[in-house]
Design a protein. Sequence first.
Length: 214
Amino acid sequence: MSKSDFRNDCLNRLKTLSPYTKNYRDAKVRFLLENILNELSAKRILVYWPMGFEADIRKTICSLRTKKEVFLPFMDGVSFKMVPLRYPLERKTFGIYEPRNSYRKYNLIDVAIVPVIGVDGSLRRVGFGKGMYDRFFPTLKTKPFTIFIQSCACRTIQNVCDDYDVQGDLLITPNGVQSMRKTNVKRTTRGGRSRPHQRVGRIFNFKKDYRSTI
């Protein structure tokens, strides 16, 4: 199977989802996401503004904005940069909503929340094929803890993605959570404070209904 074939399969699956269950599916995704973010205690978070088939996390974004530094992508040529979330948002290319531009350069975040269409065997991302996230991630100072969000589970055990495709640490779907990160590796900052990566092991100490298998 090629990446293109897998992308088409995932898009077809998304198109067959019942609109009557969307609110329920979105609520499950937000529930899992919010509990995970509480465990990570991240301060700087990149989010996405949902469109089309993507899981609607706007309620979570509004809640985060009162307590965290929240960023959104801002289209910049063939890639994007991140800018602080400020209202009102404007609808731009591809129907994407963006905040106002910022001339300050931001390149450090703790967590990135990224929408995906599909995920391969190594938890690498399949998107719409524009490659914007693949170009954006190398511009960051350090790799953030990366959470993939899917409206429905669409994953192959094959490794169909390229090495430059963004790799996630966690995958959240309405069915539950999957992890790709080893949880026994300790990583600390200079001041001895734990990074989000160190605390991910506690995520899987939730009650069973928090982490149903995919």
